[in-house]
Design a binder for this molecule. Structure first.
Ligand code: C2E
Ligand code: MG
Ligand code: MG
Ligand code: MG
Length: 284
């Protein structure tokens, strides 16, 4: 009877795997149409300058609203998009949408300080061969200045393809687009490895930020990363700030910019508008 149960278990595993494969195929098929059907949307998380409390930027985070289904977060479909090549149309849609949004915010709040939109890009996008032309074309058609865009690339991507990536990043910087290292501190690289890359900001991963209050070693890593970033003229930026104590600590350690649920959660674009600057039509 142990054998029978063994059989049952195998059948169960196979059934699970079949369901999983089917689910994945359906997801890929649906994702094919998601852009054309207008099912993707962006939320934006404000980037706060800690000295002044001003919102100086917003990170675009993609969501997929399928009909009659709960929305999916990027972790649930970006990896699939990367594996299937669908990241090219999805990524281009995200860039186009985010650039139009930053221009719209600026028009609605002309008195606001210059605002940057931060857009996550995958290795596959950087590798596509025409990424720089794509970005240049999208900037022009949205009427955005290159300085209004900052592309976020994870530490892992920079470690994997240094040669090709270097050229692409240099061309993007030459256009005037900003480049940030995302999720820094989760891999085993040192910022020193990136000193020749044309990068202007470093985003310290929220897993490290989470430890700054209580874990001496996390605080030491953050402190060293921030100091090195500043010495290399990179803007240190803390991700995932959830408590007042974390905010104070990262500020104290030298992070100029921060994002996190404590400050602002990701939200639809209209919710960011009031954070940017006083409404010019509103007279007290
Ligand atoms: P990321 O770029 O590191 O973005 C930060 C993630 O942390 C976001 O999750 C955000 O909602 C979440 N977050 C922000 N503040 C806090 C906080 O205080 N606490 C906690 N626990 N989480 C916080 P989200 O939106 O689920 O995005 C996950 C990842 O998906 C992003 O990580 C990014 O790597 C990727 N992603 C999102 N949008 C895009 C996109 O358009 N293209 C590509 N290629 N990747 C994207
Ligand atoms: Mg990011
Ligand atoms: Mg990050
Ligand atoms: Mg992340």
């Amino acid at each position: 009877d142990a054998k029978e149960r063994g059989h049952d278990r195998i059948a169960l595993v196979d059934g699970d795997r079949r369901d999983e494969t089917l689910r994945r195929l359906q997801l890929v098929d649906a994702l094919h149409h998601a852009v054309a059907r207008g099912e993707l949307r962006l939320e934006y998380q404000a980037v706060v300058e800690l000295d002044s409390g001003r919102v100086v930027g917003a990170e675009a985070l993609v969501r997929w609203q399928r009909p009659f289904e709960p929305p999916l977060g990027p972790s649930e479909f970006i990896p699939v998009a990367e594996e299937t090549g669908l990241i090219a149309p999805v990524g281009a849609w995200v860039l186009d949408e985010a650039l139009h949004q930053v221009v719209a915010w600026e028009r609605a709040r002309p008195a606001a300080a210059p605002l940057r939109v931060l857009v996550n890009v995958s290795a596959r996008q950087l590798d596509s061969g025409d990424f720089v032309e794509t970005v240049a074309g999208l900037l022009a058609s949205a009427g955005a200045r290159p300085e209004q865009l900052c592309l976020e690339v994870t530490e892992g991507v920079l470690q994997q393809q240094p040669d090709h990536t270097r050229t692409v990043l240099r061309d993007l910087r030459a256009l005037g687009v900003g480049i940030a290292i995302d999720d820094f501190g989760t891999g085993y690289s040192s910022l020193a490895e990136f000193r020749d890359l044309p990068i202007d900001a470093v985003k310290i991963d929220r897993r490290l930020v989470a430890g700054v209050e209580h874990d001496r070693r996390d605080a030491a890593v953050v402190s060293a990363a921030v100091r090195l970033a500043r010495d290399l003229d990179l803007e240190p930026h803390a991700e995932g700030v959830e408590t007042v104590a974390q905010q104070h600590r990262v500020h104290e350690l030298g992070c100029a910019l921060a994002q996190g649920y404590l400050l602002h959660r990701p939200a639809p674009p209209e919710e960011l508008l009031p954070l940017l600057a006083p409404d010019p039509t509103h007279r007290p």
